[in-house]
Write a protein of this length. Sequence first.
Length: 304
Amino acid sequence: MRQSRVNTVDSTVERRTAEAAQARTLLLVLVCFLLGLAVGAFWYYRATNRHSTNVGEAGSKLAESTKAVLKTLDAPVEIRFYSLLDPASTSDALRTFAGRVEQLLSEYEQEAGGKIKVVRHIIQSDADARAASSDGVKAFNLDKGDACFLGLSVIYKGQKESFPQLSAEWEQALEFDLSRAIARLAGTQPTPNSPANLPMPDNTSIEEVKRAIPNLASISVAEGTQILRETALRDFKTAAAEMEVQVKEAQQRLTEAQNGKSEAGQQAAMKHFQQVQAEQAEKLKQIAARLQAQIATLERIKKQ
């Protein structure tokens, strides 16, 4: 009988230990998921606004809106890609991101059927560094060694638009921005879903843009877009900081429930954590969507 009670106690301890371990594992997964949201916030805009990308068609993963722009090109577009990264002063993550950008540009080449030519500068040299600076690409890591460059310029019939420094934080918006730059330079007719064919933005959207860009009349679309992106990034960082605080609070509640060995308490704490996850995901999604709406409004205003 005593042995039976011991076995029962051991079984209970093992079960509670397993439950606690499972809860900690789930917590870790959720924390990692939220951190992933912080790193790739603009994925949400891309995921909900890619206009039914057809991955199976010729292996292309480009958005339908991008394909529409490329089909309207009446002359070649040259994209100069500068990925001059010193391994001693740049991270593996940054170099991996640069590789993904190069893959995206390869998809543009494939989809455009000869109308897009990508010139790749990927080996550091004085000549390439001078070319990058001449094309408006910004040097960085100057205090750590050789100057590094990660950017691109788009050239069409002698006109040029540059992306001074590409950032992994904005990766999911890169295709959107690049396609718009090509469309602006080529002067292509807007697609059915483009801002020029939409009704005039409401007063609220216009006021948001004017507040963010007080000197709206004296700046270009590219300059205004950069200002809007910087404003959105500040909002994103604020949301990420709030998320971190809420995650810590939710983690503390779950730990207390585990220590109290209350199954109902653990379930309630986990439910709260999942609610935090959903709310923060929605907030980041809204920031990304608002940015793209503001860019569309800016372009619509400047077309008048």
